[in-house]
Design a protein around this ligand. Structure first.
Ligand code: ADP
Length: 543
């Protein structure tokens, strides 16, 4: 067989050849809509690669972005990785000190950013000594007359100055292509470095029918940002299948998203549960339905069954529950039924779909006890989830001497996910908790996810989180923290009563705290660490 390295540039070349006139539609920071095609994106990616070479960036240099989902960001993905540079997406929702820390840790050589981040970058520029080129992702008309950033470059000028006479280079598929930092809910953020090979294999896997099920017949709107683990691989998978892409830019409120879904005839989307809260509230309040939206992948944190039900029953949208993490590029498992499940009653099917799902080929998983022994796949035994595969990291950026990997039943090379899970005989994995969020009551473990899912099914609850509160006898007991829906009335006792018959009595939370809003991480997950801090003095009733 021929030796063809799996390179990221081959994805965009394929899209340009076979789906050249398929559209990429972007809602820009500047406020307008922009329409381009895969052919145009590929050409401009080549021009960008030329520009980066001209600026003196060489193989392995890190090219950072602070950008929303849009065609220019897509061009940077392909233009940088394709020319053997490393695309480093930075989450702009992080604190400025964290952004500087990450850019310095990666020693970024260039920083591409969007218009609305100009004030932030003006403040940060002096703290980024490795960044030789700051590039504002806009046209000349929007460039500031004056700025504190030295030699600020204009993206459109940079790209348009080149002739596109550039051939994508061929090199070892194990070359680093991109880097993404975990959001750092525990300690400093850590960089996961993906390779061309891992990214292409992940794109193949992501598009499979039992995964995201993407094809050229789809119109895909990634709500998940391109700075959150490469938008779960969608910018690559979309090129691989040659589908139309709809990019929402920073416009992620319910109304903007709904209008975009309808105008562009979106069939498929993906995002964390919190973004759907906004969209569904908007659609429900205005009695709207989706006319083309058929499927969505929800992951990043547990999708509450109540949200799944609303999407499926009220809006006719199939929900594919997925689990993954930055260290896994990120896809690990997705929940799709097997043929043998077709005859199951609807409720039993639903129970399976609510799980985090089955591993895609490429990901091998196991659950282990604290001594590193593998536990049975019986749907009951719960243990620490470990994984391995060609798109799982072997070490963190800059820490190649410190392997995070474990040995399981004598086999080395397993990555500890920090999640606690069960796996059933059909391979359906279910996350019960993150090991640090699990509530340890009198030596027994209580799943915070189970308790949150029940609360989310109550009609008055907008968002819910369950954390451990100190207890003198049991050590920890669950505390439910709730954001009510606007105008909804519900008492503490009504909410606790709602748990009766839905879960074992000893697992029912001891107390409820009502708050105006919950703290979220930069990727839209509930920040349990902060919540625990906020409620560390909370006195449970009777204590
Ligand atoms: P961070 O670790 O910085 O929060 P990641 O996006 O890498 O960023 O988060 C991965 C973690 O998110 C997983 O280890 C798991 O705890 C959680 N997670 C992801 N998807 C799901 C899901 N479907 N259900 C429950 N937890 C999930």
């Amino acid at each position: 067989m021929m030796q063809m390295p799996l390179l990221i540039s081959s994805l965009v070349r394929h899209a340009a050849r076979h789906s050249g006139d398929t559209e990429i539609v972007s809602k820009r920071v500047e406020g307008d809509m922009h329409r381009t095609t895969w052919a145009e994106v590929e050409l401009r990616s080549r021009k960008l690669a030329q520009a980066l070479q001209r600026l003196g960036h060489r193989s392995g240099d890190r090219i950072a972005t602070m950008a929303w989902n849009g065609y220019r960001h897509l061009e940077i993905y392909y233009g940088s990785s394709g020319s053997q540079l490393i695309c480093h997406t930075i989450n702009p929702r992080l604190f400025p000190e964290q952004i500087a820390w990450i850019a310095n840790d990666a020693a970024d050589g260039a920083l591409f950013f969007e218009l609305n981040f100009l004030p932030l970058i003006e403040k940060l520029a002096a703290q980024l000594p490795t960044v030789k080129h700051f590039v504002l992702m806009t046209a000349r008309a929007h460039m500031p007359a004056q700025t504190a950033i030295p030699n600020l470059l204009c993206y459109e000028e940079l790209v348009e100055a080149e002739d596109g006479d550039y051939r994508w280079p061929s090199f070892d598929e194990n070359t680093a292509s991109s880097i993404c930092y975990t959001s750092g809910t525990t300690g400093n953020p850590k960089g996961a470095v993906y390779s061309h090979r891992s990214s292409v294999l992940h794109a193949y896997a992501a598009a499979l029918p039992d995964a995201m099920d993407c094809s050229a017949a789809d119109v895909v709107l990634p709500v998940v940002p391109m700075f959150h683990v490469n938008a779960w691989g969608l910018p690559y998978a979309a090129a691989l299948v040659g589908c139309k892409l709809v990019m929402p830019g920073p416009h992620l409120d319910g109304k903007s998203l709904y209008e975009l879904f309808e105008q562009e005839k979106v069939s498929f989307s993906a995002g964390v549960p919190t973004v759907w809260l906004g969209l569904l509230t908007y659609a429900k309040t205005n009695a709207l339905k989706f006319s083309t939206f058929k499927r969505t992948v929800i992951g990043g944190s547990a999708c509450p069954p109540a949200m799944m039900k609303t999407l499926q029953d009220d809006f006719g949208v199939e929900v594919i529950h997925a689990w993954g993490m930055t260290e896994l590029s990120p896809l690990g498992t997705l929940s799709k039924l097997k043929s043998k499940h077709a005859s199951l009653p609807r409720d039993a099917q639903q129970k399976l779909l609510e799980k985090q799902g089955r591993a895609i080929y490429g990901i091998d998983m196991a659950i282990i006890d604290d001594d590193g022994r593998a536990l049975p796949w019986d749907g009951a035994a719960s243990g620490n989830l470990v994984v391995r595969g060609p798109w799982v990291i072997a070490s963190y950026f800059g820490q190649s001497g410190q392997s995070p990997l474990l040995t399981v039943d004598g086999e080395p090379g397993w990555f500890p996910t920090g999640d606690v899970a069960t796996i059933d005989a059909d391979g359906f994995m279910q996350i019960t908790d993150r090991s640090k969020d699990v509530i340890k009551s009198g030596g027994e473990w209580i799943s915070s996810i189970d308790l949150e899912n029940i609360a989310m099914a109550h009609p008055a609850v907008h968002e819910a989180a369950v954390i451990a509160a100190r207890h003198p006898k049991w050590d920890e007991r669950p505390l439910l923290v709730v954001v009510k829906k606007p105008d909804a009335q519900v008492t503490r006792d009504e909410l606790l009563g709602f748990y009766e018959g839905r879960i074992a009595k000893w697992q029912i939370p001891d107390d409820v705290a009502f708050v105006a809003e919950l703290p979220h991480t930069a990727t839209g997950k509930i920040q349990k660490l902060k919540l625990r801090e906020q409620f560390k003095e909370h006195r449970l009733p009777g204590v």
